[in-house]
Design a protein. Sequence first.
Length: 343
Amino acid sequence: MCVTEQSGHAERPTVAPRVVSIVGPTASGKTGLGIAIAKALQARGQRAEIVNADAYQMYRGMDIGTAKATAEEQAAVPHHLVDVIEPDDAMSVARFQQLARECIRDLQARGIRPIMVGGSGLYARAAIDDISFPGTDPDVRKRLEEREKTEGAGALFAELKAKDPVAAARMDPHNPRRTIRALEVIEVTGKPYSASLPHYRYVIPTVQIGLDLPREELDRRIDIRTKRMLDGGFIEEVERLRPRLGVTASRALGYQQVVDYLDGLADLDDTFMDIAQKTKRLARKQMGWFGRDPRIHWLQALNPKLLDNALAIIEHADAGDYDAIDARADEYTQHHLGDIGQV
């Protein structure tokens, strides 16, 4: 039986509180907003805790370079999926999907609202959306790679076109790595690669809030953050972690630049400029990623009423006010097959 609540002269069903997902470019203030929302909900008698969706904040010891929430911030509001693996281990989006969904289910079972925070776009979506990550087969991959060397990328793409024209129509014929992955998935699963297409469709009821900033302000924040990191122990952090940095963890922005500095390949000013420039480029890429999702409610990060506006959006989402629109997002959104290319 549907439980209803009185709202003026009409009744509408009570909907379970949504997961809140806060997205946006690096340095836009996602961590601060997530903590502020959790505290505001707590003041209203609702428990809320943070679930990290940043790929590199899951590594122990990678604190300064990933702008991890401080010990004080984590003490104020419990954080989950932070410091869960060692730097020489490897986190994948498929692995994160399982961890995040288990964490979300556990929190909800205990009456706690999950607030997911992170700039890793595919990770954030993997937790809440209808996305599958087909497995890999090293033998199949190796055989396809050998064929690419002997037959050429064009021959493999022609095969993909014959087996899965939908996928081929959305892929770059000059990207053999993607073609090989697509053919691998077809052989491993027995299904078209396009069947793995990610959908803009929630499997966990969610409301997404995006933080937007003028480019000049975002660039200014990135410069400030980069300088604070380098002045605040980032070099020592990399020096300490370097012997244990695995292939995946070492891809975190800034770590290789500091390694080059430690090896005498760049001075400190060049290191700062390189990290800041690449971070700004990452921020643009993140905005392009998040900009594809029509379900995100964008807010100006500099608005003095940011928290109030975010709480209002959450209230509307809990009431189901966005459900009808969100349910149609998958009908008119352009998908990008390359996004699920590697697990």
